[in-house]
Design a protein around this ligand. Structure first.
Ligand SMILES: [Zn+2]
Length: 145
């Protein structure tokens, strides 16, 4: 029995780290996050401390690689930066409830946004896709015209 743990990956976005963690736990892999609280409270300090570390058992690494490879369309490695850039380019709309700029319009048909929204919805128990078109906040789930 190999009980060694390894740092599987490092995230600069705690939300992203939690999505991966939830995904792994959903598949029965034990994993935990380190430095999460520090980076959440002091986001500007992320780079200095190395972000949020996802720690897994060494024996699970290959299986986790395979699991995450199934979803490589999500491109977690770079989804942070890409989404940020698209937000600023696409829309200046901010959520009327929480003020987040992480909002989308319509039915989230773009692949990445759709998967992203679906995973967030999974975690927050909100419904990201409605039949009617409106703005949807990916942070708090609030929808508005
Ligand atoms: Zn919001």
């Amino acid at each position: 029995m190999n009980d060694r743990t390894v740092v599987y990956s490092t995230f600069y976005n705690p939300m992203e780290a939690n999505i991966i963690k939830a995904k792994l736990e959903d598949r029965g892999f034990a994993c935990f996050l380190a430095d999460e609280n520090v980076s959440t409270i002091q986001p500007l300090y992320n780079q200095a401390i190395g972000g949020v570390k996802l720690i897994v058992f060494e024996r699970d690494v290959e299986a986790i690689n395979a699991l995450l490879a199934e979803d490589n369309s999500l491109d977690f490695e770079s989804s942070d930066e890409i989404i940020d850039e698209e937000e600023s380019a696409e829309s200046k709309t901010v959520c009327e409830r929480c003020g987040s700029a992480n909002v989308g319009y319509g039915m989230a048909t773009e692949k990445k946004y759709s998967l992203w929204a679906t995973m967030l919805a999974f975690l927050t128990f909100t419904t990201p896709i409605k039949a009617n078109k409106c703005y949807h906040c990916y942070d708090c789930g609030f929808e508005f015209k």
